[in-house]
Ligand binder design. Structure first.
Ligand code: PLP
Length: 283
């Protein structure tokens, strides 16, 4: 692969970051993941808006201007011949001697790479995914997309040990989200319920797009907190994320949701989402 690092295009083995980089020592970095289909970028404006918001929240400057950022996205897709997959970008505060107090004028470390894989033909859509619930032990500012992902990674490994595909986090009796996706239910009355935005969860770009398209799937939606019990009583459940789009969830803690199979409205929403995003993809 050809990767991008601080203004340079390099073979992946030649891209080197300092061991003093604060992304490495303090997880002091922001990231974004954008899906690519047919060489085009999905939901790109939303990802850039959130990138700016996350950087601003922790006081890291945008490393390049918006036009250049879009050009870099196009270039990295072209240089790597990516048809389907993702673009990962990360901006850390920069490198200096390890100290909890950082210099305000550090030069950010900005890197990008691609991962090619079939995002559309995801075999998991047929079966749906299973999840287990666990306490949400992450820090409180989950609306900021930092690389501080250890708790989520350990939790997902634990879920795998228990034979499940993913984890849903629970705080004060209510579901926040999955390890790297937002979690939603469709009630028996046909209402899409998703947790309201706050610092308890990442404000998923796919989540926002899906809510905008709910009407097309004949679904009303409500934004509010809901419990595992309510989710188990729902007709359908699904998660959303940039590379999973709309992914059916068929059980929680070994108990089936609805029929225990991917729900019809969920699958319809997935189709509508993909069609809409392809129609508006940038490339
Ligand atoms: N929630 C968390 C914790 C995530 O890490 C992600 C994506 O990586 C999402 C939700 C979904 O966000 P998006 O739809 O913007 O990919």
């Amino acid at each position: 692969r050809i990767v991008y690092l601080n203004g340079q295009w390099l073979p992946e083995d030649e891209a080197k970051v300092s061991i003093f980089d604060r992304g490495y020592t303090f997880a002091d970095a922001i990231y974004e993941v954008t899906a690519v289909i047919g060489g085009k970028l999905l939901d790109y404006p939303g990802h850039v808006t959130r990138l700016k918001r996350s950087l601003e929240a922790i006081g890291i400057p945008m490393p390049v201007g918006e036009n250049e950022l879009l050009d870099l996205h196009h270039e990295i897709v072209a240089k790597n011949g990516v048809d389907e997959g993702l673009i990962y970008l990360q901006v850390s505060r920069g490198a200096e001697d390890r100290n909890f107090l950082y210099s305000e004028d550090l030069k950010p470390t900005f890197s990008m790479f691609t991962q090619a894989f079939p995002v559309l033909a995801n075999p998991k859509v047929e079966s749906g995914i299973t999840v287990v619930s666990m306490p949400d032990g992450r820090w409180v500012n989950r609306q900021i997309k930092t690389v501080q992902l250890l708790y989520s990674s350990l939790a997902k490994m634990e879920a795998k040990k228990q034979g499940a595909d993913d984890v849903i986090f629970v705080e004060d009796g209510f579901i926040t989200e999955a390890s790297s996706a937002n979690f939603h239910i469709i009630t028996r009355a046909g209402v899409l319920v998703t947790r309201h935005l706050s610092n308890a969860l990442l404000h998923g770009i796919t989540r926002g797009s899906v809510l905008g398209l709910a009407g097309k799937a004949d679904l009303q939606f409500e934004e509010r907190a809901f419990s595992v019990e309510e989710a188990l009583d729902a007709a359908e459940a699904f998660v959303t994320s940039a590379t999973n789009f709309v992914m059916p969830v068929v059980s929680i803690d070994g108990k089936a949701i609805g029929s225990g199979r991917p729900g019809a409205s969920t699958l319809k929403l997935r189709e509508i989402y993909i069609a809409d995003k392809l129609a508006h993809a940038i490339g």
